[in-house]
Write a protein that binds this ligand. Structure first.
Ligand code: ZN
Ligand code: ZN
Length: 700
């Protein structure tokens, strides 16, 4: 979402920023600035040459050679990189990390003898070296020495117990050794640590199907679609399996039902929230925020409902408490039917479906006949009222109209865990409230669809009333009306799930624009700013488990902080060619990186042509069947002896765009460093200030 550079005092602040940055760099050890600049810009050969020059000028240090090696490696020149690493070893012969990374370069070049000797040396120097253990396991797996491969994997698992990638690699090996029972267990373990790990769910479904466990297989494919809607393999396999199921789909995957009013701890203060401004939220929206394809909806209320024409104000129907009526989309109209199937009316205009008592809610009954997955697997409950209208060629337009503050009660627990440290919940409430103002004011994005915000990640997640929790409700109440401003205007309060350890500035990302408070910084201790990492340190950092606010075991899933996947050449070529006809993929090179390490331009070299992909979401969607969690990754290309690509190893960190507030990091700042929500917000949006808005109640 692009920003506009329309801030007062913007240029003064930018100048100030430059001065501040200058000071930060001056006070740190020299970064071999020019070479690092080339590297970030994607001039990888120039960067390597500049580092080699540094190396010549400083014959005692291995560091410039290691940096040069990382630039060459990123460009796909693994032989040259390995040579530079060997030279670095002459300068620093007792560094296990150099041996280990050299081992990986050799492994990816299919030099298994050379690789295992480098890994062995690393382990001789440092007994517990996770990367070297994984390396040895991979070497033995390729040499089909099953027992040795599994023994080293086991060690790696002990060293990185939280890392879902471990179980995934184990499973990958078990599959290659045709040990399907063990593979099944490892995949289940990987999914326990990371339910969004589509690459683990697919083979698990395959194993179930092979064993004739069709119900289980079907369920796994169904869940793949939860995380990767429209996934081609999963969609196809579900159809194939449908005829083989021994249970009804509802029995395999029982829908979540809301059967009686949820009893909440009474919180008097929520009363006052209902005087805030009403907003329109598109519910059950698609991943891009468009109206879902609602062919059928079933609505009820514990209080009973009225169905009113929006324009005429006429009450068309009164639905008794606890009884569901059906709204169907038929030839450009909304058709209303009672439970007996009697048609109550066919409508071309908008209908308002309102609870019959004040403070009541509207419930959408889960129904498998609806095309919209949001209304298929679980009952959904909303405050305020619902507006429905026919959208020709699409379905029933569905909007929840309610007061801003009541909407926030459903947003905050959809965005963060209600069990998180309380101050981080308050920070989230303020940012979400500010988002409402921004989206309302900009109006444009969803105006055509008939709402201010959609209910997905596209705007901000909103799951309605049934997800509300006491802690998050209190956070909304206690910050009522508070928003974040910059020079008197609402600030762009972007946030993301997990930055992976480093926040990137908005100006680094194509199409986002510059904003003086959306800055780049380590998501670390607030009192100890850190300088960006050079290529060598960054490479170790992304495969390691470094400390950060958002590395918060017990509160934040480890799989959101560090993740990995392996993609076969055949799958990569298939996937890339769906978007770009490059022919066989020969090389994939991250070109531009932000100082945080996020890839903001990716080159794909194919047998027919070469493309550069520069949009954040396009980069994330390109590599594999389900999208990458973030652009913070390194990619290693594993080749056969003849140079042909075998597969791609992607090591990544974080979840989301890494701009603005890191939600997991906010939890860490509150929980580990005892920071207040004001301090958290100041950390992620330096230079902004909090303000309290007064809602002026308008009618309607
Ligand atoms: Zn949206
Ligand atoms: Zn973070």
């Amino acid at each position: 979402m692009p920003l506009k550079d329309n801030f007062i005092g913007y240029s003064i602040l930018r100048r100030l920023n430059i001065i501040l940055l200058f000071l930060v760099f001056q006070s740190r050890p020299c970064l071999a600035g020019e070479a690092h600049e080339f590297y970030l810009r994607g001039d990888l050969s120039k960067a390597a040459s500049a580092y080699f020059q540094d190396a010549a000028g400083d014959p005692a240090s291995a560091r410039p050679l290691l940096n040069a090696a990382m630039c060459l490696k990123q460009a796909g020149r693994y032989y040259d990189a390995a040579l530079a690493m060997t030279r670095a070893l002459e300068r620093e012969p007792h560094n296990p990390d150099i041996y280990s990374e050299l081992g990986w370069l050799r492994f990816h070049l299919a030099d298994y003898t050379g690789a295992s000797s480098a890994f062995e040396t690393a382990i001789r120097i440092q007994e517990l070296h996770p990367r070297a253990e994984l390396g040895l396991a991979s070497v033995y797996a390729n040499l089909e020495q099953k027992d040795r491969a599994l023994a080293h994997l086991d060690k790696f698992r002990q060293l990185r117990p939280d890392f879902a990638g471990v179980d995934y690699i184990l499973a990958w090996n078990y599959m290659n050794f045709k040990m399907y029972g063990e593979a099944e267990e490892a995949l289940i373990e990987a999914l326990r640590k990371d339910p969004s790990f589509t690459e683990a769910r697919l083979p698990l479904a395959g194993i179930y199907a092979r064993q004739g466990k069709f119900n289980e297989a079907w369920n796994q494919y169904y869940r793949v679609l939860d995380y990767a809607p429209g996934h081609p393999v999963a969609s196809k396999m579900m159809k194939v399996l449908e005829g083989k199921l021994t249970k009804q789909p509802e029995e395999i995957r029982p829908p979540f039902r809301i059967t009686r009013p949820l009893v909440m701890e009474p919180l008097e203060a929520t009363e006052s929230l209902s005087s805030s401004v009403k907003i329109r939220v598109g519910i059950g929206a698609t991943a891009t925020g468009k109206q879902g394809r609602n062919n059928l909806l079933r609505l009820k209320s514990f209080e009973g409902l009225t169905v009113t024409g929006k324009r005429s104000g006429k009450i068309f129907a009164r639905i008794p408490p606890d009884v569901s009526w059906t709204f169907l989309h038929e030839s450009g109209r909304v058709v209303l039917k009672d439970p007996a199937g009697k048609v109550y009316g066919r409508f071309t205009g908008a209908l308002l479906v309102k609870p019959a008592a004040p403070g009541g809610t509207v419930i959408f009954d889960a129904d498998r006949r609806t095309n919209n997955p949001w209304f298929r697997g679980a009952d959904r409950q909303y405050r305020g009222y619902i507006e429905l209208w026919p959208v020709p060629g699409r379905g029933i337009g569905t909007v929840n109209v309610l007061e801003t503050e009541l909407y926030l009660l459903g947003v905050v627990p959809s965005e963060v865990a209600p069990q998180w440290p309380y101050e981080s919940l308050k920070a989230q409430a303020v940012l979400a409230r500010t988002q409402v103002l921004i989206r309302r004011a900009r109006g444009g994005q969803h105006r055509k669809e008939g709402y201010h915000l959609c209910d997905g990640q596209h705007c901000q997640a909103y799951k309605g009333k049934s997800i509300e929790a006491n802690t998050t409700t209190r956070a909304v109440v206690e910050t009522e009306g508070e928003i974040l401003t910059y020079h008197g205007r609402p600030a762009y309060t972007f946030y993301h799930s997990n930055c992976g350890g480093w926040i990137q500035a908005s100006k680094e990302v194509n199409g986002w624009g510059h904003s003086p408070y959306l800055v780049s910084k380590a998501d670390g201790h607030p009192d100890h700013p850190e300088a960006p990492l050079d290529p060598w340190s960054w490479n170790l950092w992304i495969t390691g488990n470094p400390g950060a606010n958002c590395n918060y075991p017990g509160r934040v899933r480890a799989s959101e902080y560090r993740w990995m996947k392996i993609i076969r050449q055949k799958d990569m070529t298939f996937r890339v060619n769906k978007d770009y006809a490059v022919g066989e993929v020969l090389n994939i090179i991250p070109l531009k990186r932000a100082p945080s390490g996020n890839v903001n331009s990716l080159r794909v070299v194919g047998s027919k042509k070469t493309v550069d992909v520069t949009r954040e979401h396009l980069i994330r969607n390109l590599l594999g069947f389900s999208s990458l969690k973030s652009t913070l990754f390194k990619i290693e290309i594993n080749r056969h002896k003849d140079g042909k690509v075998r597969n791609y190893w992607i090591y990544g960190g974080g979840w989301g765009h890494a701009i603005g507030m890191c939600q997991s990091g906010a939890a860490g700042l509150a929980g580990k460093h005892g920071k207040s929500y004001r301090e958290i917000i100041e950390f992620y949006f330096p230079g902004t200030s909090l303000r309290r808005i007064k809602y002026v109640k308008k009618n309607k």
